[in-house]
Design a protein around this ligand. Sequence first.
Ligand SMILES: C[S@@+](CC[C@H](N)C(=O)[O-])C[C@H]1O[C@@H](n2cnc3c(N)ncnc32)[C@H](O)[C@@H]1O
Length: 215
Amino acid sequence: MSEIVNKKIEVYVEAHSQAEPELLQKLNKETRENIHSPRMLSGHFQGRMLSMLSKLLQPKNILEIGTYTGYSALCMAEGLQSDGKLHTIDVDERLYDLQRRYFDLSEYGENIIQHIGDAKKVIPTIDATFDLVFIDADKRGYKKYVELVLPKMNAGGVILSDNVLWKGQVLENDPEKTDNRTKSLQEFNVFMNTHPQLESIVLPIRDGLTLSRVK
Ligand SMILES: C[S@@+](CC[C@H](N)C(=O)[O-])C[C@H]1O[C@@H](n2cnc3c(N)ncnc32)[C@H](O)[C@@H]1O
């Protein structure tokens, strides 16, 4: 399966959207040079999209599931209210120091709270309600993450779920050709679009991003 968006269009879209801030360019470069699986990083276009959505929503509290090197957290922090908090969770403790270094280089260091551990265990321990949630961790956990965060969402809050088109593999109908991650995402996409508390729209950008508004 291929990328959803044509490479030339991607380049054009980036050239005609806001520039990637300098600190994020450095983090992007350091991630590509030194960290495993750099394709996981949201990158210029999706990062600007997260920043824009966050600035439109002006959240008091944000939750991110899947910090990686902190790129998307820094993008969403751009829209936080000045006394707001962004909680971000990752199971990989080796990434903690790099995340903190970049958070402290930004103007949002004091607003960002890192959590290390399995998000299924960490989410219930966070004492906050959220206006914006970004789900970007293990694909088989997505449905569970939504079930855990829904009671903590403020009315009108937004849940963003990444990689929901899984490079187009969600189109596969033959169960024998469908791996477990793809099956989970196929089920997740139905779950989000039929959930009585949510209004969802799947945006075919990058690897697919679902935007769900809590009623
Ligand atoms: C796609 S990356 C996140 C990318 C980041 N949001 C960005 O855009 O720059 C996924 C991250 O989820 C983390 N992860 C995987 N399973 C997890 C779990 N059960 N709980 C918390 N984090 C998890 C991985 O360690 C990895 O760093």
